[in-house]
Every structure is written in structure tokens, then in C-alpha cells.
Design a protein around this ligand. Structure first.
Ligand code: DDQ
Ligand code: CA
Length: 273
């Protein structure tokens, strides 16, 4: 009986220890880094730059040396452009045929890759003069966002899918369904590769999802409700949704803008959970 009593008391102690650890896990922020608790981030604006208010931004990236590349949409106003960060000035402009609506854009070595809305046609341009090198067809359902990790292209098509494309053949070589706590996240739009993660702004929301490139799970949300609101309160009319994320990997700077926004913001993240 003594032996049995010992066993029972060890069992009770273990239950109590697990109970305390569990309660700590629920209540304490120490445990919020554990994978199953997605993190939330607010943002702080650390810099703002001028942005062409007629640019319906659909793709955005930072290429170093104070240079951004941008893809713009709307029929008759679509383009690929090289833009000076500090002034917002368009330095090189490649206008697209009126029948195309520019979408996601990414830079790999000397080439810019761009997809277009409601067609499966994409274009490759030379990064220096934006001359068109060739056209391609892709297998995604539509062309929305593009990004790269330097090896493969990531693509979005407005569904919950995050594709991997071979940059030489433009064939789909991988596909993840993006999920947040098991729920599919639809309307994935502009993409950016940031520190081994894929970031996507979700169309018509002011949220950016931080996505694992391995399994498509969302492990963080960046909330940006104040940017568009601030522009409207400052008197700007006719501005559309947040769209466009660019990462400066050398100086760890993060830029965001939106469709027809007169400003581009450099922001920093602040964990709030
Ligand atoms: N997409 O960026 C979500 C992929 C497409 C957005 C298309 C918005 C069309 C706006 C048309 C406005 C015409 C004045
Ligand atoms: Ca981007």
C-alpha cells in the first residue's frame, strides 16, 4: 500500500505541475512565442516618401541604391517603372499595351518578372532599361502577386494558394494552401520575401500575413488600419486599398504603399501579442 500511495502522489504532483504550466501558457506572454499562437503586430511609421498618386500599385520591390521597381494596373495605365525612393520620381517607364492590367512584380538577377490580371500572360523585362525580353504563360488561376527567394518565384492568384514557380520554365513546382489556425486565407495579393518568410497582403483588408514557405501556415498578422485612414483624414480622395510590400534586406527597411496612394511608408513592426 505504501508503494501505491507513492505512485498516486507522484501522479497528483504531475497533474498539478502540468496544470500550472498550462495556466501559465494561457495567461502569460512568455508563451506566446510558441508556434500555435500566431503573433499580431502593429506598425509604426518611421519615414514617408512621395508616391505617384496615379500609380495603381500592383507590385512593389526594393532593388538597393534607393531604387524601387513598381508594377501598376488599370487598363491604359498599366506599367513597369523604376522609381527613386526619396523623391518618388519615375526614372524609367515601360508602358504596357492597353489590353493588359499589370499585377505582381519580382526581380531575379537581371530580370523583372510581371504577371497580369485576368490573363495567364506574364512578361520578363531587363532591369536596366525595362525593355521587354519575353512573354510567358503560367499555370496559376490568375496573376496577382510575385516574389522570390532568389531560387524560385512565389506567386499568388487571389485564392488561398501560394505557388512556387521555376524561374526558367515558369512551371508550377510547388503549391501550398495558406491557412491561419486551419482556416484558408483567400485573396492573397501582393507578395514579398522577408527573412525566409513569404508575406502577403490580403486584398481589401489592411492586413499582411506572415506565411511559412514550408507549409503555408500563417504565423503572424501585421495590422495596418491607420495608413489609409490617415490619408483620408488628411484630405486625399479616391485612394484605393493598401497594396505593395517591399523589403530592403541590406538595411532591414520595410516599405508599404497602396493603389493611388500619394505616399509610400517605411514602417517598423511592434508585437502586440
Ligand atoms: N487585383 O488587384 C485584386 C488582382 C485586381 C484589382 C482590380 C481592381 C479593378 C478596379 C477597376 C477600376 C476601374 C476604374
Ligand atoms: Ca513586393
Amino acid at each position: 500500500t505504501r508503494f501505491r500511495y507513492k505512485k498516486v502522489s507522484v501522479f497528483v504532483s504531475l497533474v498539478m505541475i502540468f496544470g500550472v504550466v498550462y495556466l501559465l501558457g494561457v495567461s502569460s506572454s512568455i508563451w506566446s512565442g510558441v508556434a500555435f499562437v500566431p503573433k499580431l503586430y502593429a506598425i509604426q511609421v518611421v519615414n514617408e516618401f512621395p508616391h505617384d498618386p496615379s500609380a495603381f500599385t500592383q507590385g512593389l520591390l526594393y532593388a538597393g541604391n534607393g531604387t524601387l521597381y513598381e508594377s501598376t494596373g488599370l487598363y491604359g495605365k498599366s506599367s513597369v517603372r523604376r522609381v527613386a525612393l526619396n523623391t518618388g520620381k519615375v526614372e524609367v517607364l515601360q508602358e504596357m499595351d492597353d489590353s493588359y492590367f499589370g499585377e505582381g512584380l519580382t526581380l531575379l538577377e537581371q530580370s523583372l518578372f510581371q504577371v497580369t490580371w485576368l490573363t495567364k500572360t506574364g512578361f520578363i523585362y531587363d532591369r536596366n532599361d525595362l525593355s521587354k525580353i519575353r512573354e510567358f504563360t503560367h499555370e496559376m488561376e490568375d496573376g496577382w502577386g510575385l516574389a522570390t527567394n532568389g531560387k524560385v518565384l512565389f506567386g499568388s492568384d487571389g485564392t488561398s494558394a501560394l505557388y512556387q514557380l521555376d524561374p526558367r520554365t515558369l512551371k508550377v513546382i510547388g503549391k501550398q494552401i495558406v491557412r491561419y489556425n486551419g482556416h484558408e486565407v483567400h485573396n492573397l495579393n501582393e507578395l514579398e520575401f522577408v527573412n525566409d518568410e513569404v508575406w502577403a497582403n490580403v486584398w481589401q483588408t489592411e492586413c499582411i500575413a506572415r506565411i511559412s514557405q514550408r507549409d503555408g501556415s500563417v504565423f503572424g498578422w501585421i495590422l495596418l488600419p491607420n495608413l489609409r485612414k490617415g490619408l483620408i483624414e488628411a484630405g486625399y480622395h479616391g485612394i484605393d486599398v493598401l497594396n505593395g510590400i517591399a523589403w530592403d534586406a541590406n538595411d532591414n527597411r520595410l516599405f508599404v504603399t497602396g493603389k493611388l496612394w500619394p505616399k509610400l511608408y517605411e514602417i517598423k513592426l511592434q508585437p502586440i501579442k
